[in-house]
Design a binder for this molecule. Structure first.
Ligand code: SF4
Length: 320
């Protein structure tokens, strides 16, 4: 996979994050990061579920109401007889079914429609009670459980930001290289180039999927595709950390042992150790490693998406 997207990747976004004045009060929550940085690689598909559900702008604000363990309902904050639950669930389902090309969705936090998690749910007596996901997100997840989702506010955290963008690009790789002409061979090729990226995010998951594919030829292809992608995207959503990245860096170094002299090898080991101890960011040992892999690495190791999981212009590995 190339580090540079040859096309902009289609990603959904809560419309208010782009500056559209679609909030209940006629305002917006524009995100400069989405517009100034991510828009260079993502083709945004704007969507406001509450407007799509016909609630209008401005509108009666809604909130989630219910008891723990029950599906909360989206009711008017001032007029609890106004119930938008079914409309929001059905616009979410329809949106997800009609937009299967999307590789991810960036959401507005805290919204009873767009919030990904920790959205306040009020007890019918009016007191804050528990927390849940927004109703639009619930429908999105039901139709497409592998779609990468993230809240814009959580992307202030460098690790969460990198994790989301890694998932979007990996999902794009699957959509462009496996789905158009599905085969066992295409899945194994995908797994092979994603191997070290997966290892950095979930070591056991990497082993689990390797074992699964070894025996998968006996099973129907459609089932294998569905199972593999579900597990792959699930494992990739686990956060990589300094320990897991260090493990992958040492594995990659192992491929160069016979190709580089002991001074170069020591230089790489020192850079990896500095990263492990938190003195430098991931970009430091990786830049050195990539330099040697480019010169001396095999085709197999040069093809690893771990080396370039997203465009380096985003600078994501300068902060983790
Ligand atoms: S959070 Fe979602 S429902 Fe609310 S204004 Fe933004 S896009 Fe619309």
């Amino acid at each position: 996979m190339s580090a540079q997207p040859e096309h902009k990747i289609p990603v959904g976004i809560s419309a208010c994050l782009t500056g559209e004045k679609v909030r209940y009060n006629g305002g917006h929550k524009q995100s400069r990061y989405c517009l100034d940085v991510l828009q260079d690689c993502f083709e945004f598909k704007l969507f406001c579920p509450e407007v799509a559900a016909g609630l209008g702008v401005p509108r009666e604000p809604i909130r989630l109401v219910g008891l723990a363990g029950e599906l909360p309902r989206a009711l008017g904050t001032n007029d609890p007889d106004m119930d938008a639950t079914d409309d929001l669930l059905s616009v979410g389902t329809r949106f997800a079914e009609q937009n299967t090309a999307l590789r991810g969705f960036i959401l507005m936090k805290g919204s009873p429609s767009c919030g990904m998690e920790r959205v306040k749910v009020y007890h019918p007596n009016g007191m804050p009670n528990t927390a849940d996901q927004g109703l639009f997100v619930r429908a999105l997840r039901q139709v497409n459980p592998v779609l990468p989702l993230e809240e814009e506010a959580r992307m202030n955290d460098a690790v969460l930001r990198e994790n989301f963008i890694v998932r979007v690009f990996a999902y794009d790789d699957w959509k462009t290289s496996v789905e158009p002409e599905p085969s066992y061979h295409a899945i194994i090729q995908f797994h092979s180039r994603q191997k070290y990226l997966l290892m950095a995010h979930h070591y056991e998951g990497y082993r689990e999927l390797g074992r699964y594919l070894a025996d998968a030829h006996d099973q129907p292809l459609a089932e294998v595709m569905q199972h593999y992608l579900l597990r792959f995207m699930h494992h990739l959503s686990c956060k990589a950390n300094r320990k897991t990245h260090t493990n992958v860096l040492m594995h990659l170094l192992g491929y160069l042992k016979k190709e580089i002299d002991s001074d170069c090898k020591q230089e790489l080991i020192d850079a990896i150790e500095q990263y492990r101890q938190g003195h430098v960011h991931l970009v430091v040992p990786l830049a050195l490693l990539k330099h040697y892999i480019k010169r001396y690495g095999s085709d197999y190791i040069r093809a690893q998406t771990y080396l370039n999981p997203h465009p380096h212009e985003l600078g994501l590995r300068n902060y983790i």
